[in-house]
Design a protein around this ligand. Sequence first.
Ligand code: ZN
Length: 682
Amino acid sequence: MKRMFFLIIVIVSVICMNNTTVAQTKEEGAEFKVQTEQFADLAILRYQIPGFENLTVKQKELAFYLYQAALSGRDIMYDQNYKHNLLIRKTLEAIVKTYSGDWNSEEFKKFMVYTKRFWFSSGLHHHYSSIKFVPECSNSFFKELVLQTPVKELPLKKNQTAQQLADFLSPVIFNAALDANRVNQSAGADVVAQSANNFYVGLTQIEVENFYAAKIDKNDIRPVSIGLNSQLVKKDGKIFEKVWKIGGMYSAAIEQIVFWLKKAVAVAENEQQKKVFSLLIKYYETGDLRKWDEYSIEWVKDTESIIDITNGFIETYGDPLNYKATFESVLSLKDIEASKRIDAISRQAQWFEDNSPIRDEHKKKDVKGISAKVITVIVESGDASPSTPIGINLPNATWIRKEHGSKSVNLGNIVHSYNLASSEAQLREFAYNDEEIELSKLYGNLSDDLHTDMHEVIGHASGQINEGVGTPRESLKNYASTIEEARADLVALYYILDDKLVEIGVVPSTDAGKAEYNKYIRSALVTQLQRLKPGENLEEAHMRNRHIIAKWAYERGKEENVIEKVVRDGKTYFVINDFKKLRTIFGELLREMQRISSEGDFKSAQALVENYGVFIDKDLHAEVLQRFEKLHIAPYRGFINPVLKPVYKGKQIVDVQVEYPEDFTGQMLQYGKDYGFLPFEN
Ligand code: ZN
């Protein structure tokens, strides 16, 4: 069994924003409002699709069909996150649509904040921390809202009254202790029984592990991704899978996806793309994981098409055991000009592998076709929306990556929006001195891009697993994601200070690398703590991996004062005194991380994560929260998608126009109405 597609999420944690950012953009020649609103710990942004207008009519038509296929799967993610999410969402939406009371009352405003958070997270657990959040309005106010809503709008079961629905939902929504964590990874926890996701019903961790262990053939060098596309259920003592396919679980949504994919086949850009879509359709029709692999292989080979889409059960972060994948779709067009930078790096992949500080026996002798590009996102759905990754590297099946390579992309227009919305205030607050600020201003955007490129293109692609060890998911279990992300980050960090980058023309000077080092350490040890509430520890894989790297490097270089902790006017900074030495330390840790992955050394993975990646400095955390409080910056951001509107002449699409809505609530209600294909209880 291999890891599933795991989409790589690199958080640009240092970039942040003002309350409302209005930026000039070349594309429209007019002001384009990037940030539309901010609430709780979230900000809502918008992005544009430069280049869409230059597509041919046929490409636009193709894009429209794939756009529909992407959004058609949206409901699935809600249900995968938690069994009552669709019921709750339909209830919240019924209230929002029909509420005739005072929208400006404090209680209703609180209700709306909850509803928007719910949409943002595709459910009642925080999209990032996976911990349940509850409304700040009162339980009785919520019940009143349900009772005031016209009965025909409410998602009622047969013979159920509005009162009964309200009584049922009250504890589900308001009791923070009930199903408290979507993904519980705490040491000692039963990560299956104590996680509130909807991947397993009535099972314990041991039962799941045994069930799949019995299915895994360790001698199969091309294993399918067992368990990827199903819910595992124990009923009357029997354990069985409910497969997500046409005629199976989530059929109503999958039928819609397939409907649109079939239309896409007819207007595909070329034969290869046609083949890709056809295999994806077969997979959705049969649920056959071999088809998924066949599809993935052909998808990797399609490097010619301008329009591209990922669509499927892709992310396994939501399952602590990494078997089950959440639905996700990212539709894009290729940004040919911006792809030149990432291309230059990808062409040198073998050089980077050969010169890596990892042990020779862990190096890939022949780094296979890492195709890399910068894409312009057209729409995102499921696990990629509203919160989005900025880099993606797929497929995730290790053997496919080894034999056929992978596609690595940088989401150019998303990153561009982040940059437009970034605030200098945060940089000024957390950077140690003017030199650090200047470096960041000069190279910050470029070094962010480079880090993402290298993390995806030469990071995840590098290194090999020893024979007989199995995949990191099998050997490193719940620590696999964290170790893998750390490994990819370390490759990027190690090389971002290398003269090679100057030589191949992607940076003017290695000072860009220094900007990245400053940012990485600042983010890992200081600013990312903003995302945690008092008392919380690190849970999420990317946050953990950053903390491990920075803390390990800090302690390793302590004697030589490589990174110095400085407290000035009650504010804490981690200042890098020796960049070269820090690079060597990153190299050492990379070597160790690769060894852990290659050998499947669970004990070492556990020790690294538990010692460096879980616990934070409580005093520093309090200080960081206080410093952020004054800046009014939301730690998380997500996006309103553009809307594609076809223009018909008769039945023929003759053009597709793009609109950029500004209202997050409006878009969520529209999606609920247009793409609410699944019943509220599956
Ligand atoms: Zn990654």
